[in-house]
Structures are given as structure tokens and as C-alpha cells.
Design a protein around this ligand. Structure first.
Ligand code: GRF
Length: 211
């Protein structure tokens, strides 16, 4: 059984997609041990509670400095025996101490086709504004492992979505969530839980499902 922690900051629609996929057995061999937010008011915490999943707020504001917060977060993840950390709209930078301890055991969902529209400053609607400004005809989402860089870790899965001439950033964001993010994030977790992801020389390979 893969014990996962889902880290969130906001609405939690990706968290909801993971919960639904576990409940309808699209994700197997996986348990959400905890949902952690840096923000007490995150609706994602309510979503977790509604499904009987432990939900906690661990906020940098409640610690004397960033290093103490980082160590508290790491300690909690270790105490719970977490195998995989899933960043699902988590707006806090993951510290090096956690990246080192969880090498290739942290995944993130990013709302573009990496390496386009990613890196420092590309989050939320800014990603979609940049895509529209550049006039791309496809965008999409990427699930990747987290390393020390920003959006630079091994790519696990991607899904492309069309961009239309009259899209607003909000419309494009919604289409990418519905058609890409809510599908590939659960699919990536399921592949990891079933031993189908291998990382070699910085490249992640997805092995086919046994039929
Ligand atoms: C998503 O667009 C995701 O790609 C990004 O943050 C957003 C989170 O949305 N990393 P939600 O909280 O899952 O609804």
C-alpha cells in the first residue's frame, strides 16, 4: 500500500480527483494518510474531512522561522510513514531537506506542457496568460518529480489540450484542469503505486499496465 500525503493551498479540485479515483478504484494500492495545507482556510481541507481523511494545517506563520517550519513539516511526514508526497496546488516552496529525504518520492502537477511556461513566476493564471500571449495552439498539464529546481524534475506524464482563439486565461485554466490535470495526476499516482514508474539518469519511464 502506497501511503500518500497530499499538500494543498487552495480549492483542492486535484485533491478531489485523487479522492474520487481511489473511491472508484481507478487508483489502487493507495491510501491518503493526510492532507496538509499551509492555509487554514483552504477548501481542500474541507474536501478531505468530508471523506474522512485526516486534514491538518501546518503554516510557516506558526513557526519562529522557515527552518523550524521546514523541520516540523518533514518530521510530520516521516512520523506518518509517508511514501509519496503529492503537491496538488501547494504554493509553498519545498525545502531541500524534504527533497533530499524524499528523492523521486515527491510529485507535482503543473498546468502547462513543461518546458513551456514553467519555472519561477509561472503559477496559477500567470501560466495561462503567458500561453495565450505567445499564441500557442496547444497547452496542457505535466506531472513531474520534484527536484531542487523549479519545475525541472523528471517528467512522468503529460496531456495536451487545445487552445482556442477566444480563450481567456480562466477558460483555458478550466479546460486544462478538466481535460488534463484531473486525469494525469491520478494516473501518475496509480502508476507509482503499482510500480510502473522507473527513473534512470533523470528520465522517468512509465511501464505499461498488465492486461
Ligand atoms: C492547479 O491548476 C495546478 O495545476 C496548480 O495549482 C492548481 C491547483 O488547483 N499547481 P486545485 O487547488 O487543485 O483546484
Amino acid at each position: 500500500m502506497l501511503n500518500i500525503a497530499v499538500l494543498v493551498s487552495g480549492g483542492g479540485t486535484n485533491l478531489q480527483a485523487i479522492i474520487d479515483s481511489i473511491e472508484n478504484h481507478k487508483i489502487t494500492n493507495t491510501a491518503i494518510k493526510v492532507v496538509i495545507s499551509n492555509n487554514k482556510g483552504a477548501y481542500a481541507l474541507e474536501r478531505a474531512k468530508n471523506h474522512g481523511i485526516p486534514a491538518e494545517c501546518i503554516s510557516p506563520r506558526d513557526y519562529e522561522d522557515r527552518e523550524v517550519f521546514n523541520q516540523a513539516l518533514l518530521a510530520r511526514l516521516e512520523e506518518l510513514g509517508i511514501d509519496l508526497i503529492v503537491l496538488a496546488g501547494y504554493l509553498v516552496v519545498i525545502p531541500e531537506c524534504i527533497i533530499k529525504r524524499f528523492r523521486n518520492r515527491i510529485i507535482n502537477i503543473h498546468p502547462s506542457l513543461i518546458p513551456s511556461f514553467c519555472g519561477t513566476g509561472y503559477y496559477g493564471l500567470k501560466v495561462h496568460e503567458a500561453a495565450l500571449r505567445r499564441g500557442v495552439k496547444v497547452s496542457g498539464a505535466t506531472v513531474h518529480f520534484v527536484d531542487e529546481g523549479t519545475d525541472t524534475g523528471p517528467i512522468i506524464m503529460q496531456k495536451a489540450v487545445p487552445v482556442y482563439a477566444d480563450d481567456t486565461p480562466e477558460v483555458l485554466q478550466r479546460r486544462i484542469m478538466e481535460q488534463a490535470e484531473w486525469q494525469i495526476l491520478p494516473a501518475a499516482i496509480n502508476a507509482i503505486a503499482n510500480g510502473r514508474i522507473k527513473v534512470c539518469d533523470g528520465i522517468a519511464a512509465v511501464l505499461p499496465e498488465d492486461k
